[in-house]
Each structure stands twice: as C-alpha cells, then as structure tokens.
Unconditional design. Structure first.
Length: 366
C-alpha cells in the first residue's frame, strides 16, 4: 500500500498542526509536470511522499552536493551549479538513503554516499549531452549548449574525480570497488550505445545490454551501497542490489517509451530525441519486427539517417505495431520483480517508500 505524506510526517515527528503547512510547501519542483491520475511523478504528491520519508537526509544531501561543488576555477562551479540546480528526480541518491534506512542505519555516512551517486550521475549527464549533441535537458539548454563541449566534458571529469575524493573519506573498500566497477560499466554501456547508433539491425538483446550497463547499473550500486553502509546482512544486500537493478531497467524502458509518447514540456527534453540521434530503442526494435514491409523501410531509413523528417510517421508506426505497449509491459515485469523482492525486507515506512519508488519508475511522465 502506498504511504501518504501525513503518515511520513508523523513518522518524522512532525506535529499535526505543522503537517498541512509542510505538505503544501514540501520540495518544490524545477520543471513543469503533467498530472496523470491522482498520483504523479516529479514534483508531484507521489514523488513528494517518497522524499518526505527521508526529508532531513535529502536536504542534507542537497547541502553536501552544493558544498562539494566548490572549486578555485569559477567555470567549474558555474557549470556544476547549473546542472545540479536544474533539479531532477534525484531517484538514485534517494535510493541510497532509503536502502540504508531499510537496514536500520543510524549514522550519517549515507549522506556523502548518496552525494557520490548523484555526482556520478551528474557527470554522465554532462558527457552524454556532448556525445548526443543534445540541446535541452530538464527544460532548459544543456551545459554544452550554454557553454561549450570541451567545458562540459572537463567539468564532468571534475565531478567524477570529486565523487572519488568523497569515496576515499567514506573509507569502505567494498563500496569503493562497487562504485569503481559501476563507473566502468557505465562507460562501457555508453560505448555500446554509440556502436549501436544508426544500426537498424539492433536486437532486443543488445538493447537490454545497453540499458543495463548505462542506466540500471547505477541504481543497483545505489541500493547495494546503501545496504553495505548500514551493515546489512548478505541477504538484505542481495535483495536491495537486485531491487535497484529491476527499477533501473524499468526506469530506462519507460524513458524510451516517453521519447515517442511524452510531452516535451513535461519531460524537459524534445520528443524524438532518440530517433534524431539514431538510437534504436525497444519501441523501434519491436516495430521493426512486427510492422509491414513498407513501414519497416520508413523505420530503417529514419534510424540509419538519424532524421526527424518522418517523426510523426514513425510515431504512428510504433504505436500501431504495439511497440509502446510491449515496452511498457517489460517495464511492468521489472517492477513486479522489484516489489516481490521487498517482501523479505522488514516492513517500515522506508520499505513502503521503496515500493512507491518502483511504481514511480513505471508510472511517470518525465
């Protein structure tokens, strides 16, 4: 059952008289969101409920991130603050906080650990936008568009290195190993995606390998490292590790659905970006398998040329072929597996928040 904001505030010892006021003010959103049903995603009641469970820790992470962006080089700080201040869902650092709390953690090292995960994610965004030549993210120009490609790459390098400086202070070789291996896998995933660009013969297997390594692996690391820092049992650690992988896979599957079925204002990026970059994502791959020969030729040409000239036709073909429903079902399967894993975690508001996070990865519009 989903938690409510009031339950979360009660658990955090907020007086009843303060709960209504706090519910109205809690965690403002940086970009517009669409309302889909009674519970929505970024900046919405559903997302706020999850943040509220770890409100104090989440705010501490935000302060720590800002503090750690300090540099003697003004451009580093400018670009670092630009991308961090743009907001975002912060799912990965929240996953660290919730995993640690699920395992009974009472210390504060999870704050710096969550910041490490957010820094790694932020650095990948800076690098990705250069590789993909993206012009918009989170509703405003990308850093490379605002400054330059070299500036974005180098500041991304700075943020990567700052993450590992923080890791050294955490002083856990096991966490260091996982984060180092994860960062390496992310780089491999990005290279795999680059190889597959404009490849109309890409398979579902190759696609799943890409999203596992470039996206889901960081969710996995966030959940597992949160458990480790809490001194969790091996069983708890494995459960949370697998949970992170499943919701990470679901998150990326839905991301690729939204590229054909989303709204630019809500998403904070342009519809059809993946097609423009020649990325054969699962909705396209499924359509290539099931569409008519004539439609397949339209898809093949669009993937090969990386053009939006036939975007509306491609969207229509993808929808007609069932590519969106097929991809959503795979995401649903991942979420079902994630939620099933949590049955072996002791019930708490933190486990409930993780259950909500799984649903959130699936039912989102940005």
């Amino acid at each position: 059952m989903h938690i409510t904001i009031a339950v979360a505030l009660t658990a955090l010892d907020f007086a009843p008289s303060m709960q209504a006021q706090f519910c109205d003010a809690i965690i403002e959103c940086h970009i517009p969101t669409a309302i889909a049903g009674s519970r929505t995603f970024h900046g919405s009641p559903m997302h706020k409920e999850i943040r509220a469970v770890v409100r104090a820790d989440f705010e501490a992470v935000n302060r720590f991130v800002v503090d750690q962006l300090h540099s003697n080089v003004p451009l580093v700080e400018s670009i670092g603050h630009y991308i961090v201040d743009a907001g975002g869902k912060r799912m990965r650092p929240i996953l660290v906080l919730l995993s640690a709390k699920c395992c009974g953690y009472q210390g504060d090292a999870h704050i710096s650990l969550a910041s490490v995960i957010e820094f790694i994610h932020t650095a990948t965004l800076l690098h990705d936008d250069v590789v993909d030549m993206s012009a918009m993210r989170r509703g405003r120009p990308t850093a490379n568009q605002q400054w330059s490609n070299p500036s974005s790459v180098l500041v991304g390098d700075f943020i990567y290195s700052r993450a590992f400086q923080i890791l050294v202070k955490i002083n856990s070789m096991e966490i260091m190993r996982i984060v180092a291996d994860t960062t390496n896998r992310i780089a491999e995933g990005e290279v795999l995606q680059l190889i597959n660009k404009h490849n109309s013969a890409a398979t579902q297997t190759s696609y799943m390998n890409v999203i596992r390594d470039k996206t889901a692996i960081l969710f996995q690391a966030a959940a597992e490292c949160g458990a480790i820092i809490a001194g969790a049992t091996n069983e708890q650690r494995q459960i949370l590790r697998d949970f992170g992988m499943h919701i990470g896979m679901a998150f990326q599957l839905i991301d690729d659905v939204l590229d054909y079925d989303g709204d630019a204002v809500t998403m904070g990026k342009n519809v059809g970006d993946d097609l423009a970059e020649g990325k054969p994502t699962l909705p396209l791959i499924h359509a290539m398998r099931t569409a008519s020969p004539e439609d397949v030729e339209v898809l093949r040409a669009s993937i090969t040329n990386g053009t939006l000239d036939h975007l509306q036709s491609v969207i229509a073909i993808v929808r007609k072929s069932g590519g969106l429903e097929y991809t959503r079902q795979l995401a649903q399967d991942e979420v079902d597996k994630a939620r099933a894993l949590l049955r072996d975690i002791e019930p708490s508001i933190y486990r409930s928040a993780l259950e909500d996070m799984a649903d959130l990865a699936l039912n989102r519009s940005s």
